[in-house]
Design a protein around this ligand. Structure first.
Ligand code: NDP
Ligand code: OXD
Length: 309
């Protein structure tokens, strides 16, 4: 059996040995040295070229290096009949929770204001707000969102989550579906987007949604750039409806030099690093997924393409 690894951003010198250790007996090949395409059973990929997966005639399953699968579904030739397994692994989850907690605390403790004061050599205390007085709302309560909620609850924030189907998370108020979105938004001083990109969630962070948040709310987008209507956020920052934002993902990546976000005083920009797949733990997770598929089972992260995530 052979597995092909393809990514231009993940380091093969860490991944290939980790995969060989986790999958003894599997031949691991590194793009672009595909060899005979008919010998590839599994493809572990990030942003493969359009049509490439369809060119592997005996492929048994597609494994996504990322939790998101939009890098695959945008390929019109994606072999949609094959099982598609997205990344579910502890390194990615804990990295995302670190980032969400860090940015929630950053905005909660008004670090942008204190950095501005430092620039101006101003020594002034700003009115404190306790964590339990700060309402954090997490959109998306899957692998990543649920773990972030758990940590935010433990930090004593007043936490709510929103998902498609009803979830129950200890210590957090759970909202579900379009009909409960307004109530969820009305109590989100800090809004975190951890949704997958689907037809339903594309451009969900727009002017109409911002207007439903409490005035002066903060937005943390760690889902996908396409979730955000950038002009609507800029306008909401201008009026003060949104006080500040952290943006890790963008419609155009790398973020173009002329993007107004680079120099916006109320926006933190990071280069799609909120979390990254960790080769050692991810290789184990993918090896387990392959064993489960070979045994005819359902691995964690098996995507429902009809649902879109
Ligand atoms: P999951 O599939 O585990 O969770 C998705 C969650 O979103 C579920 O709770 C789901 O609801 C909810 N959801 C989906 N569609 C809707 C909808 N229309 N309305 C309301 N809720 C909806 O995904 P993960 O948690 O693993 O990952 C989430 C996303 O995070 C990825 O798709 C990716 O885009 C992004 N990501 C970003 C990274 C970065 O570095 N910036 C790193 C890793 C991931 P339900 O529970 O009912 O199914
Ligand atoms: C992912 C990502 O989807 O890194 O895992 O964006």
């Amino acid at each position: 059996m052979a597995l092909l690894f393809k990514s231009d951003v993940d380091r093969p010198d860490s991944w290939i040995p980790a995969l060989r250790t986790a999958l003894p007996g599997m031949e691991v090949r590194k793009w672009p040295e595909v060899g005979d395409p008919a010998e590839i059973d599994y493809a572990l990929v990030w942003q493969p070229p359009e049509g490439f997966l369809a060119s592997l005639p005996h492929l048994k399953a597609i494994l996504s290096i990322g939790a998101g699968i939009d890098h695959l579904t945008r390929d019109p030739k994606l072999p949609r009949h094959l099982p598609l397994v997205r990344m579910v692994e502890p390194g990615l989850t804990s990295g995302m929770t670190e980032f969400v907690v860090m940015q929630s605390l950053f905005h909660h403790r008004r670090l942008l204001d204190y950095l501005d004061q430092q620039d101006r050599k101003v020594w002034r205390e700003l009115a404190p707000v306790a964590a339990w007085q700060r309402r954090v709302g997490v959109m998306g309560l899957g692998e990543l969102g649920a773990d972030a909620v758990d940590r935010l609850v433990r930090l004593r924030f007043d936490v709510a989550g929103w998902s498609r189907s009803r979830r129950a998370l200890p210590g957090a108020a759970c909202f579900a579906g379009q009909e409960e979105l307004p109530a969820f938004l009305a109590r989100s001083d800090i809004l975190v987007c951890l949704l997958p990109l689907t037809e339903e969630t594309d451009s969900i962070l727009n002017a109409q949604l911002f207007a439903q948040l409490p005035k002066g709310a903060c937005v943390i987008n760690v889902g996908r750039g396409e979730h955000l209507v950038e002009q609507d956020l800029l306008a909401a920052l201008e009026t003060g409806q949104i006080d500040s934002a952290t943006l890790d993902v963008f419609r155009d990546e790398p973020l173009p030099p002329d993007s107004p976000f680079w120099s916006h005083p109320r926006v933190v920009v990071t280069p799609h690093i909120a979390s990254m797949t960790i080769p050692e733990t991810a290789a184990e997770a993918m090896a387990e997924a392959i064993r489960t598929l070979e045994a005819g089972g359902t691995p964690p992260g098996l995507v429902d393409l009809a649902r879109g995530y």
